[in-house]
Design a protein around this ligand. Sequence first.
Ligand code: M6R
Length: 614
Amino acid sequence: MCGIVAYKGKKNCYPILINGLKKLEYRGYDSAGIACISGKGNITISKRSGKVKQLEETLKKNNVHKKCTGTGIAHTRWATHGRPNQVNSHPHNDQSGSIVLVHNGIIENYDPIKKFLKSKNIKFKSETDTEVLVQLIGYFYNKGKLTFEQSVRAALQRVDGAYAIVVLNKNEPDKMIAARKGSPLVLGINEEEFFVGSDISPIINYTQQIIYLEESQMAIIGEKDYEIKSIEKDISLPKVVEKIDYKIDDYDKGKFKFFMHKEIHEQVDTISNTIIGRTKGHNVLLNGLMEYWSQIESASKIYITACGTSWHAGLIGKNLIERFSEVPVHVEYASEFRYNKILVDNDSVVIAISQSGETADTLAAIKKANDYGAITIGICNVPGSSISRETDCGVFTRCGHEVGVASTKAFTAQISILYLFALKLAYVKKQISKSAMKAHLDFASSVTKVKSILRKENYIKKIASKYKNASDFLYLGRGLNFPVALEGALKLKEISYIHAEGYPAAEMKHGPIALVDKNMPNVFIVPKDKTYDKIISNIEEIKSRKGKIIIITDSKEKVLKDLANDLIVVPKTNHYMFCILATIVLQLFAYYIAVGKKLNVDQPRNLAKSVTVE
Ligand code: M6R
């Protein structure tokens, strides 16, 4: 996992690299580093543990920012092999100090290669798999028989796993080599100026001429020109340059202390932005799917694959699609989908849901679905992302940049798209009437109810402060609100480090109830629907074991007041929008517990915004 940015041109590379790292911090933030190379071949490496901001402060203090040259590589890390300390941070160099490299991915056969290199008297400084790769390149190069390019190729042909790398060599300071297999890498091209990035975000504000390196390709970048070659064979490949008409605006926290808080509030607009222009009267317009719509509409089964919060959205999607259109839907964790026997064929639709569009497992799952001949749909937030490019067609969630590691507005936007998709499918299958469509779409685009949740913020904050020292939580809901319970528990875990589990409310009797005692808060999501009375019984079961009860409901019935230690009533809406309102309550609840514990809400420990390794 990790983010890579590199520059080769006539400007000082420092601002490009440091700003690029800030944009890539979503891929990891436990350490960061920069290396630049002068025309004479002097390499300066600066790296440290901690966030990019801390690296920036150190570089400024040491005046490194003024001394940077026109060629540099940079990296922000999420540790896989080796602790997040300075030694394990990238860039890494070989023993001779000639070769320096940044890497995103995992070298799986690092151990035998390390043993081999050690037998050749090569000494290792770090615990990383990456150092094995740079030492292997150095080993080939220093034997004197292979050129720099040949040495990189020879090393890459011997490693298994996934990588995106950028390499410099002090003996050939005019050359920069980038290569990828499994992990994404893009090139940006200007006249006599080249950029490399893990995605377009660190590049796109400088150039719109982009090459997405394909699997097993390398780019050999010189002073004025570049070549694309295969890693397997020394043959030149066509340069497929795309013009990407997209700019990334600066996105700041505004009046908020944390991005997560801002992003929760933005849902007043993002939910409607996701829907605007996609409905007309009783019709749903999903233009991004139209090229494949006849196959989508006639598919016999649908798979949804995703990770984390996006997987929870997938569970809600399953419920909606099956309810409205009666097409069977299977929801699979992408990490399972990619290795399990999955009965996908050319009569199946596979929907990948991903905020970042870069999650390695989801990307691999969609590649598998493509290989099996399914129609693949991406529901992504980031235009130009790997998943949005790998799928046959898709719909963007359009909720803007999401920076907080805990996904909030992306989740409610994903649900909104799935809602539209389910309705559209049902309508063409004649499972739903015009008037019912119209009623659903009116609800979907109404945001006033979201505002009313935000007006309850102080009340939710007060409740959160009562529970901030709890060590375990249960989140319980039924039907559509079971995934909401899972999502509420995930939000709490990731930003407050409190153990929480989501369960179908009735399933709790089959084990988790053993955990319940007077200290245990139990969050119940209780819409006034056909399961209402059943959930009341479930609450009674917990109550009689002295568990604390927090209820989120749209019902004003007295029984709930009597049962709850804390009650949060959301406005009446339909069942589907209730999920969104309850989710926003749970986002605020988790947020205020984490703030109460004085934690870094936006960048929780051990996590990264986008998980780009399997
Ligand atoms: O970018 P993606 O939606 O593919 O990311 C999937 C998960 O990594 C992500 O939802 C993760 O679970 C979030 N941190 C949850 O808040």
